[in-house]
Design a protein around this ligand. Sequence first.
Ligand code: CP
Length: 314
Amino acid sequence: MRHFTSLEDVSDINKLIKKSLEVKKDPFQCTGLGKNKTIGLVFFNSSLRTRMSITRAATNLGLSVITLNVNSDSWKLEFEDGTVMDGASAEHIREAVPILCSYCELLAVRSFPSLINQEEDYSERVLMSFIEHGNVPIINMESATVHPLQSLADVVTILEYQRTHKPKVVMTWGPHIQALPQAVSNSFAQWANAMEYDFVITHPKGLDLDRRFVGEASVEHDQEKALEGADFVYVKNWSSYQDYGKVMSDKSWQMTLEKLKLTNNARLMHCLPVRRNVVISDDALDSEHSIIIPQAENRLYTTQAVIQQILLNL
Ligand code: CP
């Protein structure tokens, strides 16, 4: 594996899951692997879990870490070719990326979608610019359309908690006050389809995800029906894909303890951050159903497994 930009970069998903569990057992088995090497973390957007877990993962492997918060620390970057740069952007991606690559052996990038221009977002312009203009491995820390580091942690967490060979995993849309990307949901759908799950997506009509990510998953518009017999309930908001970026609010879709009672004593998952009593009620988040904290902790081990695999191929 050279880059880790989506599931498509992973040749053997089970091997990566196994490696993640090995790292969890002993995070210090490869402390010298990153010696004299540096990873650059390039953030176009905010983060708590991704920033902390990748920093810790890199440190466990002996890498040095440099973090660049583009919007606050750096020059505004231009991505358009052939443009006259007489506006707000002072630096072109054609210079910025090769320079970052001369300082770092690996780069990781977080860049959310605009949620205005679907074609541009779904072309992954920012992430692809780093691959096009760079010569080092690129790790996706959540891009316009996918969040593979999150999804790897999600499938590892499900494996740890599953009680049957083929668990029923339900991803349900939840209400939110802002327009959120489809990246976590797209990515979870992609990875869940690659696993042996009975995988169901439930959302109000008009919130269908891109078919390329939905794949063979069952889609059910009756949330309560979808929850029946669920072993895992993964809650996530996303804004409309069809009416691109539109916020759809239906408070009746909030996940509650009452709804979890319809399930097969399901484990409750969310990528975080979560708005309490908007997306999920307090009584559900604070119940024994919730595995959101161990889910977030797994971000560390799974990210370390990814970096480890990339370093071994350098
Ligand atoms: N789930 C996740 O990626 O969290 P952060 O946005 O805080 O990194």
